[in-house]
Design a protein around this ligand. Structure first.
Ligand SMILES: Nc1ncnc2c1ncn2[C@@H]1O[C@H](COP(=O)(O)OP(=O)(O)OP(=O)(O)O)[C@@H](O)[C@H]1O
Length: 744
């Protein structure tokens, strides 16, 4: 079946004629026993053409979803499936004409099950929240009769809290079912779908905004696609194949079961105004100059103070001016001459301080100087530069920056990422590719398909490098540098950038970098941006929603990112906020790529001023005017906290971050939080200090990744030592308690 057929198939109205069969949910806690878990009536359900659709629909139905006011017996009748999805009774939250617009307790049972079942329940759990047939478009709930779901939701949250305590086992489960190895975590955005692939769709029905796009109905109906998406996208098979081979070997061509990923992202606007659109630097931009910078390593070239000193070609200078850059940020002052001098670099600078331009400008300058071959059509492209980043949205953003700075040159940048049609990625590449921006999974797939040759690679950039090297993406990165044709580290220039660089990760980075690499630390390594006013509130699980609404009502229409721990919870909270008449959208790893992009677009343009997100949106995203970040749930690690709050207070602008600290589940963060707050000269609540004191663990920072607070280049601290971790805890090898969600 061709792509178009598939799309047509998915949006056909007849899809909603699925007859779900429910059995009583063994986890049901409803007093009336009205929470049902659907199971296939028989295996023959999948036999004919409709069975596939049924399969889709099935995965869309929340196991443990409350049927609400539906008579359980009724659920055995054939009827419009659209009434079955959603949070609870399959109503639309987007004024889609469904009748029962209310938030039901099915969600709560979803949480409950999640908290109490590790592996076995993954399947139902995934279904439980993913495939709601209703679309939460802008979440305008019209027919809100009662919020019974909220009461139960409290239970849910309580159980989430308890689950956090038991993350180890939960993650273990993921490992087993996902990839059977630490790789289960890798490819944050992409690996998710693998798991989804095995356990049915987990796609959300949250739509970006109320624009009535058909994708919303696809979202609801094409649930099976979501389930298989990962297999097609970034691909790991249960057989333990290498991901980069698996897709190449059949993911997209259909050998690995499941429908194709057909999404082709819309091309970005081509007009110059759009290409150079930018936001203003903030009042604290000049304060960057006062931040201490430390460069370590031998024979570091001196910093430059102005763009002119960089001696860039005219076109680049013109592009810099059009981008509105008049002054270098500290990380640019130090990194640009280092990269221009041909040195390898590990650079750590606070969020929002211009790291992207710090690597793009000197790379482009070199390319211009060396006179690269103009891009032209070829079946095998050999880019000079490869840039990798952990999430699709981030790599797309980096691509747009590369396109901006290379405007008017013969350098062609291309972006490829999971969740989009592989053929589209290939078509982009074969047209010419000097700078390839890619997420790891898609990159390895394309290499496997022999569309990219690595012999010409002179620059390898790892953005969010600590993330790219940890146990999630690290194996993939190692594969990349050992791919046939990839120049050795002596032959290429390797550049790593992040706002956080745990010591252990620094050590791992040594494998990728020449031994004489330079280390630039702008301010405190792993420190939070000082332009973000941080507030920590002690809020128990049961009070979080109320507090959130109170804060959001005070905030008004100012753009706010709300971070939660899990994908399900993102849907749950987004729906809740919509019911509270707060225009909200959401982004997380279970949403289809088109939905993710739509959500981001709606948030960027202010259509939805609230974006509920998992940690998939924690790193790198540069969105104008994000004034607030709310950590509804704190992340598991302090470095993730630093990245999350860094979505505001960017480029000299000020921002606010409010975090709900639940002593039940967040005590392990008290100690590093106190450090981050005091380093950023923020008020530290006395109660937090007390918790930090009472949970003090000598030699352990509270991070799952060892000591986050490497104040300097760890080569200095640990010369001659085999282990970098003073606590004797090898964080990169240890299970990372970063939730099931953050990097899925
Ligand atoms: N010299 C400059 N002058 C003006 N604006 C700049 C300058 N450098 C970067 N910017 C702008 O600052 C914003 C943040 O830059 P960027 O996204 O590169 O930050 P970052 O350090 O990579 O952040 P993060 O750690 O969150 O990834 C972008 O909008 C970028 O265009």
């Amino acid at each position: 079946m061709g792509d178009e057929d598939w799309e047509a198939e998915i949006i056909k109205p007849h899809m909603s004629s699925y007859v779900p069969v429910f059995e009583k949910d063994r986890y049901s806690s409803g007093a009336n026993g009205d929470t049902y878990n659907r199971t296939p009536a028989s295996s023959s359900e999948m036999d004919d053409g409709s069975s596939r659709r049924d399969h889709f629909m099935r995965s869309g139905f929340a196991s443990g979803r409350s049927l609400g006011n539906r008579d359980p017996g009724e659920s055995n009748k054939r009827e419009n499936t659209s009434t079955m999805g959603g949070f609870g009774v399959g109503k639309s939250f987007g004024n889609r004409g469904f009748s029962n617009n209310k938030f039901e307790e099915g969600d709560s049972s979803g949480f409950w099950r999640e908290s109490n079942n590790d592996c076995e329940d993954n399947q139902t759990r995934n279904r439980g929240f993913s495939k709601r047939g209703g679309n939460l478009c802008l979440f305008q709930v019209t027919n809100l009769t009662k919020l019974n779901g909220f009461q139960d939701g409290n239970d849910s949250e309580a159980s989430v809290s308890s689950r956090r305590g038991g993350r180890g086992s939960f993650r273990g489960c993921r490992g087993r079912f996902g990839l059977g190895s630490p790789n289960s975590e890798y490819e944050q955005d992409e690996g998710t779908h693998r798991t989804g692939g095995f356990f049915g769709s987990r796609r959300s029905a949250l739509s970006g905004a109320g624009n009535g796009d058909t994708y919303q109905s696809r979202s609801g109906s094409g649930s099976g696609r979501g389930g298989y998406k990962g297999l097609n996208e970034e691909v790991i098979t249960g057989s333990g194949k290498n991901s980069w081979k698996s897709e190449a070997e059949g993911g997209e061509s259909g050998d690995i079961q499941g429908p194709k990923v057909t999404y082709i992202p819309p091309p970005p606007p081509e007009d110059e105004d759009s290409i150079f659109a930018h936001y203003q630097t903030g009042i604290n931009f000049d304060k960057y100059d006062t931040i201490l910078v430390e460069v370590s390593g031998h024979e570091a070239p001196p910093a430059i103070l102005t763009f002119e000193e960089a001696n860039l070609c005219q076109t680049l200078n013109s592009n810099i001016a059009k981008a509105g850059y008049t002054k270098l940020t500290p990380v640019q002052k130090y990194s640009i001459p280092i990269i221009l001098g041909g040195r390898d670099l590990m650079a750590c600078a606070q969020t929002g301080s211009g790291k992207t331009a710090a690597f793009l400008l000197p790379i482009l300058a070199h390319m211009m100087r060396d006179g690269i071959t103009a891009s032209r059509f070829k079946e095998l492209q050999e880019p000079e530069c490869i840039i990798v980043a952990p999430t699709r949205e981030l790599i797309n953003q980096i691509y747009l920056e590369a396109r901006k700075f290379s405007f008017g040159t013969c350098v062609r940048a291309v972006v490829i990422y999971g969740g989009t049609q592989l053929g589209h990625s290939i078509r982009q590449i074969v047209q010419g590719c000097n700078i390839l921006c890619a997420t790891p999974g898609r990159l390895m797939d394309i290499i496997g398909k022999e569309k990219i040759g690595l012999r010409q690679v002179k620059y390898l950039v790892l953005d969010e490098a600590d993330r790219m090297l940890d146990m999630g993406f690290g194996p993939e990165m190692k594969k990349l540098i050992s791919c046939p044709g990839m120049p050795s580290k002596e032959q290429r220039q390797t550049l790593m950038f992040s706002a956080t660089f745990p010591e252990e990760i620094q050590r791992l980075a040594g494998e990728f970098l020449k031994s004489n690499y330079l280390f630039v630390a702008v301010g405190q390594v792993g420190g939070a941006c000082r332009d973000v006013q941080q507030t920590i509130l002690q809020v128990g699980q049961y009070s979080k929603r109320e507090k959130l609404v109170e804060i959001l009502r005070n905030i008004g229409d100012e753009r706010t990112m709300v971070f939660v721990e899990t994908k399900k919870k993102a849907d749950f909270i987004a729906t809740f906020l919509c019911q509270e008449k707060i225009s909200t959208t959401s982004i997380h790893g279970d949403r289809e790529q088109r939905e993710r992009e739509q959500a981001l677009g709606d948030f960027r343009c202010g259509k939805c001023p609230v974006l509920v997100a998992t940690s998939v949106a924690a790193r790198g995203l540069d969105i104008e005017n994000v004034q607030h970040v709310i950590n509804f749930d704190l992340p598991s690690t302090i470095d993730e906290y630093v990245h999350r709050i860094g979505r505001t207070g960017r480029c000299g602008n000020t921002g606010r971050a409010i975090s709900f600290f639940d002593p039940e589940s967040d005590s392990h963060l008290a100690q590093p939080l106190v450090k981050v707050l005091s380093d950023a000269q923020q008020d530290v609540p006395a109660w937090l200090e007390e918790i930090a004191f009472s949970t003090y663990v000598p030699g352990f920072s509270g991070s799952s990744r060892g000591n986050v607070f490497a104040s300097v280049d760890t080569r200095k601290n640990y010369q001659g030592k085999s282990s970098l971790n003073t606590a004797g805890f090898s964080s990169s090898q240890a299970p990372n308690p970063v939730d099931d969600e953050s990097w899925d």
